[in-house]
Design a protein around this ligand. Structure first.
Ligand code: SF4
Length: 295
């Protein structure tokens, strides 16, 4: 029986006009958003602010994570006009910080890395002042795919470890914790000036000790930014919520993460990987010495 949502999940109704404006724009440009595909609880806030996280490479994933609402199955061929449409959406929304993610395309030779790199290049070409954050899959551990993305110089390279290693078999059965951690380490080896980011969900059955250990592992690979949010069950067919973590415990993780050396930690029940992404990025800029040649 699904648990009742605790009181701290009250949210004001999203502005209907803002929702339909964003939906009309993305539909008109045949673009997907992870906001809609993953049933993100912050859609109303973000769409009202005229921002969204674009879901590249279609909205059907080749993997089967049990927490995720994104459709699973055989993806359609890559839409060759997608990046042109994305660039147009960036202009029409007047975005100066663009967040892009994708489903995992294990069916593509490079896992979609070149598509991400081309997206970053097109956005920079259109307006060099516009920053990009990419939330990438693990590319099955392919270093050349990762290099393709990192060398395109996104402002932030994000890859979520999502949960603690013990829960991977039931939460992310086709992922590997060491591989995900390795990706974040390798991104820094390819480009020491890059900003890396990762995200964790809580309430899936992890212990506090496991979560703190996982945060320490992320710091050991010099991960700069961290998001921690409450897992919410998209449907009765998805992984159950084991615990609703109280807001004060999220605040403790924020303090702990900052003490561990993350230059930006966003930790609260409704925090998601890309929620207020530009604000979190600005936090790290304030704490880091700029590395030459990087935007
Ligand atoms: S790989 Fe990503 S999009 Fe695919 S099922 Fe897992 S979380 Fe969802």
């Amino acid at each position: 029986m699904r648990q009742r949502l605790p009181p701290w999940f009250t949210k004001k109704m999203p502005e209907a006009a803002a929702m339909s404006r964003m939906e009309a724009l993305t539909r008109g440009l045949r673009l997907h958003t992870i906001c809609e595909s993953a049933l993100c609880p912050n859609q109303g806030d973000c769409f009202s602010q005229g921002t969204a996280t674009f879901l590249l490479l279609g909205n059907v994933c080749t993997r089967n994570c049990t927490f995720c609402a994104v459709a699973k199955g055989v993806p359609s061929p890559v839409d060759v006009e997608e990046l042109e449409h994305l660039a147009e959406a960036v202009v029409r929304l007047g975005l100066n910080y663009v967040v892009m993610t994708s489903v995992t395309r294990d069916d593509l030779p490079d896992g979609g890395a070149s598509h991400f790199a081309e997206a970053i290049a097109q956005i920079k070409h259109q307006n060099a002042a516009v920053m990009s954050e990419v939330l990438i899959p693990d590319f099955c551990g392919s270093l050349s795919s990762l290099r393709t993305v990192v060398e395109a110089q996104p402002s932030v390279t994000n890859h979520n470890v999502e949960t603690v290693p013990r829960l991977y078999p039931e939460v992310r059965p086709r992922a590997d914790f060491r591989r995900s951690l390795g990706l974040l380490r390798q991104a820094k080896e390819i480009d020491p000036g890059i900003v890396t980011k990762s995200g964790l969900m809580v309430g899936l059955g992890e212990t506090v000790e496991e979560l703190v250990w996982t945060m320490e592992q992320l710091r050991q690979v010099d991960c700069d930014l961290l998001t921690i949010g409450q897992y919410l069950q998209p449907s009765p067919h998805h992984h159950p919520v084991v615990r609703y973590v109280p807001p004060e415990e999220f605040r403790e993780y924020e303090v702990l993460g900052t003490a561990m050396g993350f230059s930006g930690v966003a930790s609260a029940p409704l925090v998601r990987s890309s929620f207020n992404a530009s604000q979190l990025y600005e936090k790290t800029l304030a704490r880091r010495q700029p590395v030459s040649g990087r935007s």
